[in-house]
Structure formats: structure tokens, C-alpha cells
Design a protein around this ligand. Sequence first.
Ligand SMILES: [Zn+2]
Length: 134
Amino acid sequence: MKNFKEKLLNFFRNIYGLDQLNIFIICLSVVCVILSSIFESPVFGFINLVLQILWFCRFFSRNYVLRSNENRKFLSIFTKIKNKFDLEKKKFSERKTHAYRKCPHCKANLRLPRKKGRHTVKCPKCAEHFEVKI
Ligand SMILES: [Zn+2]
């Protein structure tokens, strides 16, 4: 019995476990379960099965380097999307006081006070001048 307990503990000690990508996959799986119950389509059930197998394999994986690289790539993509949504949310909340324009030279987002008319703007990032219409 003690040998079995040691084997079990050793097995769980070396698994990769949960990370942000696995949590995201589990959330997608839950969404698929909800969609499959609403639309009663076997497609969502199949996608859910694939997602379940994926997070299960990642959870019990022993290849830490590969799983960590996958998670790092996921986080970089997720952060870009999240930052885009945060910027859109900020643009919407400040729509009456500020306008957002992109610098044509370095593509930086500039937050400008909302004053109607044509203005010459100096980009703080690349120091180039360009004209904007608000
Ligand atoms: Zn610029």
C-alpha cells in the first residue's frame, strides 16, 4: 500500500498541471457545452471532446519546456488582444473629451484633446510632425 501511495505521489509530482492556456481551454470547453445544449449540434460536442483531450494531455504532460513555450506564446497573443480591447474601451469612455489617432510614421496611438478643426501634431514617440482633422 505504501509503495502504491509513493508511486501515486511521484506521478502527480512530475505532471505539468494547470497554466493560463489550460484554463483558457477549459473555459472554451464550457462555452462549447453551453452552445451544444442551446443549438443541439454535434459539432460543439465534438469540439468540446477535442478541447477536453487537449487540456487533459497538457495537464498530465511531463514536457515542461514545450508546455511552457506554448503557454508563453498564448500569453503574448492574449495580451495583445486584451490590450486592443482595453484601448477600445478607453477610446469609448473618453470619446467626448479626447480623440485617438495613429501616427502615420511609427503607428503609435496618440491621445489628442478633442478640438474641432485641422491641427499639426508632433508625435512624442518619433518626433515627426503630421496633420490631423478632428
Ligand atoms: Zn510617430
